[in-house]
Ligand binder design. Structure first.
Ligand SMILES: CC(C)(COP(=O)(O)OP(=O)(O)OC[C@H]1O[C@@H](n2cnc3c(N)ncnc32)[C@H](O)[C@@H]1OP(=O)(O)O)[C@@H](O)C(=O)NCCC(=O)NCCS
Length: 165
């Protein structure tokens, strides 16, 4: 891939690049569900800035460019919610998504009290489901998002480390 991609915690000044990236990356999900009002496409810069400050946000960088991101936060029930995983379309399929997931899981586990990781994706997002299952997530439920998109809920016990390559 030439220059190497590095994973690190996001800084406040990355918010704008993360928002642009998620807008680009989630177009394929919007098209799949015929819904261009899904969460990642309607999030405001202010909301994202708040998340970068308050949550566990990681970015993948290629030089100065943010080419991937993921977010997570610990909830009251001991689960950590992970979401908005995205990788620039031109760099997908090289393991960056799996690396981002591993980084946010490790950071969340260090916050203590975390018994399991939880995430969700659209029922028809087969590539996403394959990636999550490959790194150890199992389906625990299904629900319809407020915007009507049918979702699958997946969980993985904290401390379950699965080789990704
Ligand atoms: C989901 C997403 C983040 C995955 O990112 P990614 O960097 O492509 O993920 P990975 O490279 O780790 O895995 C994707 C595929 O590449 C394969 N892969 C990983 N490393 C590889 C390598 N070195 N060589 C060849 N293939 C490789 C994986 O096996 C996987 O294959 P599969 O689809 O057949 O299961 C990305 O597709 C994306 O941004 N999608 C749009 C937004 C979205 O839907 N996000 C999820 C919301 S729940």
């Amino acid at each position: 891939m030439g220059m190497s991609v590095t994973i690190s915690e996001a800084a406040e000044q990355d918010a704008e690049q993360i928002l642009k990236l998620q807008y680009l990356c989630f177009q394929s999900e919007a098209a799949l569900y015929g819904n261009y009002r899904i969460d990642p496409l309607v999030e405001t810069l202010d909301a994202l800035r708040h998340e970068v400050a308050a949550e566990c946000v990681f970015v993948a960088r290629l030089g100065d460019e943010v080419v991937g991101s993921v977010r997570g936060r610990v909830t009251e029930d001991g689960a950590a919610d992970i979401g908005k995983l995205c990788v620039h379309p031109r760099l997908q399929g090289h393991g960056i998504g799996a690396r981002l997931l591993g980084a946010v899981e490790a950071a969340l586990a260090e916050e203590g009290q975390v018994t399991r990781f939880r995430l969700h994706t659209g029922r028809r997002s087969e590539g996403n489901l394959r990636l999550y299952r490959r790194v150890g997530y199992r389906t625990v439920g299904a629900f319809d998002a407020p915007d009507g998109v049918p979702m699958i809920l997946l969980e993985k016990a904290a401390g379950t480390y699965v080789a990704t390559a």
